[in-house]
Design a protein around this ligand. Sequence first.
Ligand SMILES: [Zn+2]
Length: 332
Amino acid sequence: MFMPVFTRNPKEHAVFSSLDIVAVGGGSIGGTLIDILARTGVGSLTLIDPEDFAEENVGRHVLTGDSVGKSKVEELARHVARINPDCRVTALKERFDASLLSSRPDLVVSTADSFQAASLVNSYALREKIPAIFGGVWGEASVAEILYVLPGKTPCYECYGAFRRNVEIPPDTRRYTDPNYDETRIPGQAGLWANILMVAGLQFQVILGLVGLRDTLKYSGTVWLMNISDPNCPFQPLALTVGEVKKGCAVCDQGCLEELLRENLADNQSPDPSKFNPGEKMFEDTEEASRPLVKLSDVAFALETGACSLAMKHRRMRRLEAEVAKSDQRKS
Ligand SMILES: [Zn+2]
């Protein structure tokens, strides 16, 4: 169908109008990307973000003062409708959870500033074999970081970002007042709107590659970094630095998981039953030995979301097995 709104981007409109895209995060970068996607004539958008739009967002967002105090996703849905009324928009004021999605989208765009959310998006994308793109900034939006994932073809988000699980995040007082506080979320940072526009624009270049409209993606270089305004950054200013991510986390590489299981089994060889001495104490009655079995919620979360790097999985599996062994010992 001819739509005069898209006369300046007919080729892109022809492709995007049939796409169903999920956007996780409706902050400054996410909101800008949603705006960009609406202007391409995207067919369907699902917007996911649990937060309300705050006054501090106005200086760095496509939304304006009249959205303050209202849900970011609902206000962004209204914004999209003003650009492209034919776009089907679903606004979900929630944290990302795969069960929120009733149908399989063509692409997932994550700009969530929480490791946990990005990790959940990653495992969903891998499971459903959907391309995903992750975008963010460092240091007052002075360096852009973009990573794309093509399940089965490229390393995943965990291959690249798992180190962030153990990175100390600056303290945020909301942890004391917000019952839904997410420990892995990076608190709001300063950073200029102009820089956000550059990050979102760059991220959109990757999206063009992912939907087949540009030949810009080299599958060996899946992380795109750009020094926008950091004088101390080793990257050349305003140039794209493409980085290689090594595939091999236990989340996306079944081979790693099998290797881990083999290692763990080798470490935990069953003792020879003929040498069993009922009087022998296997474990000291230390405080450690009498601790509850294991933080199951912790393990369940990690396994369910696939949210663990190789090393984390290794440590957790060892701990879990050790705890189970102790518990069996105590029972018998
Ligand atoms: Zn991986």
